[in-house]
Design a protein around this ligand. Sequence first.
Ligand code: CUV
Ligand code: SF4
Length: 662
Amino acid sequence: MEKKIVKSANEAAEQIIEWSESQKIESCFDRAQKLKPCPIGETGACCKICHMGPCRFVGSNAEEDARGVCGATLPTVASRNLLRMAVAGTAAHSDHARDMAFILLAVANGETSDFKITDVKKLYRVAGILEIEFEGRPVNDVARDVAMTLLEDFRRQKGELNYIKRAPKKTQERWKKWGIVPRGIDREIAEAMHRTNMGVDHAPDNLLLSALKVSLSDGWGGSMISTDITDILFGTPRPIKAEASFGIFKEDEVNLVVHGHEPSLAEIIVEVVNEPDMIEYAQSKGAKGINLGGMCCTANEILMRHGIPTAGGFTNQELAIMTGLVDAIAVDVQCIMPALTELSKKFHTKVITTSYKAKIPGAIHVEYDEHRAREIAREIVKIAIDNYPNRKVEGAHISEKYPVIAGFSHEYIEYMQGGRWRASFRPLNDAIMAGRIRGVVGLAGCDNPRVPSQGLHRFLAIELIKNDVLIVSTGCGSAACGTAGYLTPEMALENAGPGLREVCEAIGIPPILHLGSCVDNSRILTIATAMAEEGGLSDEIGGMPAVGIAPEWMSEKAIAIGCYFAASGVPVIFGGESPVRASEEVTGLMTEVWLERFKGAFHFEPDPEKILSLTLNYIDRARETLKLRKYEPGKFGAERVLMDMAARRELEKAAKPHLGIY
Ligand code: CUV
Ligand code: SF4
């Protein structure tokens, strides 16, 4: 008998895929089978930046000294292609950040009444970092200064980004030494595009340094700005319970899904679906109520702050429609499959695009404008409600869903290690030093139909926590864990190694901490910096027993993230075949040379077992270099007593009257 190919490691997803095959309805899983990656482009060996080409470095033209029509070599082409990916990724995150800054400015200027400043504490914290006076000033004045100062990061021509100074001194010194301190986000993006234009930069090392520089303007620029402003506007996340997987859809309610990346419209929709007249309207159409769910990173944003359930990550989007239960799906920007509109014709689902930047033929377009946010949100919710009576019975109805604990902002992680008065990273550093926690892994990035989707995330999540590695997850990595039931504290009891389990029980946290959306990878930078500053481990981000993994990445945004982690000192390992593997020189630069210069490296490794061993190897080598206790499962060194729940409650009681954010 022919062995069945599993297309998704997510059982619920696999069920829907099987149903769709029986119905001859196509999805990305079928298209991934039909459409193999171009074997030339996939390895980085195709240049198509001018019309003398495209030049392909294959066959007899595949040697390191082979040349394109202009004379460009394979290492030039492979590194130039990688740089272009990093630029596009940076542009995406940062353009999202720009929109967030505009909303903050609109709020400060009183131009919109639909949004407000929710987290004044965070505003002050950010103002403090930006050296903006805040005491005794009207909140809106502070917010205006913060928005204007952060907008400056986009247009600055000389100098450096505001947040560069948030990095540990030593990390900054490395950036200075190699000339990769970003000046202004837009300038770095434009310059990198210039460099990759025909006939400009041809030195692989120089092109790759440019990739690091532009990506740093994402990590310590766009993404960090977006995280901060989103916290200011909508609140800094703290642990919250929610649910994940396709079972979040309700048979007897209007199901509206928000999908994409930008949180502001989704935030208003969260409010609108709770308005009594909207609920009444839904009831007038025969529904019991309105059920809001999320998809991809828009989901992560409202999951982190409001506990709105998620239907999952990237590869779940078509499958969500195939449940037949989605009355409307409103999308903003990024990671939205254009296949949705064609697919939606087979069901009753309405696909609504909302950004002038992101239209899809066949979708209804309701253009979002933050000045009229509520009105537009109402229009969208009404489309979903009006469509409820059109729901047909067919579809792959799935009832399975999992509880999820999300909402771990870096502020909360700091707080949970000691409360309001002793908030610090001491307990975490101590646990690492003592060998209770072997190291920390950032599990991030997309899920991908080219592997049993979400399977690599699941495999690595379980294996790492078994090995006493604490996981911080973001983006579709979090979605993959959430839809597997991996984001609960009970999970620690069942699967974590003895040391990690002890720490999780003492602090009362799960072993996999959901930190938020992809822009929230910036929270990992902040955490790593805090760990460096706390002392006892490395005094810079580089050299920490920490690794970043994106096992199923597909988006150019992931490349930008990988680059800024590597430049910041974190070794990163991406799954799948390497997009630069055609060139040994480029591969060597990204793995060995970057490691030497920045203590971060960028690997591509398709074999999940090897990703795991490479990760543990990096962690153990870092422990050795830092002269930490050798990791042995179940054996720990002396360390200060972690605060137990009783002590923490005491502390919280004492701090109550002053509890600001928390
Ligand atoms: Ni926000 S980039 S698929 S993990 S949302 Fe998920 Fe990202 Fe896209 Fe990749
Ligand atoms: Fe070919 Fe050079 Fe043009 Fe690239 S830039 S397509 S290598 S001629």
